[in-house]
Every structure is written in C-alpha cells, then in structure tokens.
Design a binder for this molecule. Sequence first.
Ligand code: SAH
Length: 205
Amino acid sequence: MFQLTLRRRGISDQSVLRTMEEVPRELFVEDADRSDAYRDSALPIACGQTISQPFVVAYMTEQLQVRKHHRVLEIGAGSGYQAAVLSRLAGQVLTVERYRRLADVARARLEKLGCHNVEVMLGDGLNLPANIGPFDRIIVTAAMERVPDNLIERLEVGGVLIAPVGPHQGVQTLVRLTRSQTGIERKELVDVRFVPALPGVAREL
Ligand code: SAH
C-alpha cells in the first residue's frame, strides 16, 4: 500500500521505492502515532519538530539522485528517518541537528537499525565548521529564506543540493541547485511546507 501511494504520486525510481519499503517508519514516529506511520502525512516529533511526509522524503531522495559512492550531508536530522533512507543509497551520510535530544534519539535508532554509514552531529547546519565537506549531495529538511553561500560552497563540482526555500511560516518551494564547472544551475521543483531552519544549537534539550 505504502509503495502504491508513492507510485501513484509519481515516484518512479525503483531503488527509492524499494528503500522506502524497507525502512520501518514506525520506528521513527512517537509511540502514540505508530498506527499512522504509513499514512502519507507529516507527524509531530519531540522538540516541536516534525517527521516529513513520506511522499516528500521519497520525492527529495529521488530528485537528489544519490549513488553508492556519494558523500551526503543532511541539515535537520529530526527523527533520523530521511537519514535512514539515504543511508541505504549513499556511501556516507552526515546529518546535522540543532536539538541534542533529537540528535541523541536519531543516533540510537540509526545504530539499532544498522545504518553504520550515518553520522549524527549536534550542530548548526547554517554555520558549519570550515573543515566539513565537500559533499556530492546536500539535502536541507528545514525551511530557509535563502540558501547560504557557505552551504553551496561545500558542494563538489557535479554536486546537487535540495532545499525548501521561502518564508519560515507558510509555503516554500523546493529548489534544486546543481554545481557545474562554470556555475550553479537552479531549478524550482514543487511547493512544500517545512519547519524553519533556525540559527545556533538549541539551548533547550
Ligand atoms: N529530516 C527529518 C525531519 C526534519 S524536521 C526527518 O526525517 O525526520 C527539521 C529539523 O531541522 C528539526 O529537527 C530542526 O530542529 C532541525 N533544524 C532546524 N534548523 C537547523 C539548523 N540550523 N541546523 C541543524 N538542524 C536544524
């Protein structure tokens, strides 16, 4: 049923569909929401954040065109679900989260699932240390008013970045940037709604 819903909504990449089928989303939602884990909707997680809607996870993953040798950066680990999906398609995944509590829970889940190529880092994805990167793929799963240059600079030539760009409240546009030898190509994909990307490591747990 899960795969069928995603197919109907236009996901066609077999490796993405297979991965979505294999990763147990019920392990990434709150206990009370387990029976809704395979519905195509976003769900609340700790710290006032959300686990994205399965279609959006599948769509962003498909658009990212991840290959087995890629180093992937995710900004916004949240539940760790998107990172688990990426883990099966990529070489290495680094996912950054600004809430310690979310980062710790995501790390434990990913370890338990055997996603040994994922590193969960507590930090601010809007202001990463200079020695992090470069990456073949970058996926931002929190809304940004604009994509910071210091993220784009971490893309390899041939690299792809996907981010929801727009106002923090309301609707954003999923934007795909591709870095070539000569510059950056920008393509607008679909409208989405994400929680905002906020600066700094959160002071609360
Ligand atoms: N990809 C997640 C959903 C992300 S929700 C999943 O699969 O569950 C967005 C997440 O981005 C939230 O957990 C939020 O705390 C985090 N976030 C927001 N701004 C951030 C920043 N500057 N650096 C790192 N994480 C950030």
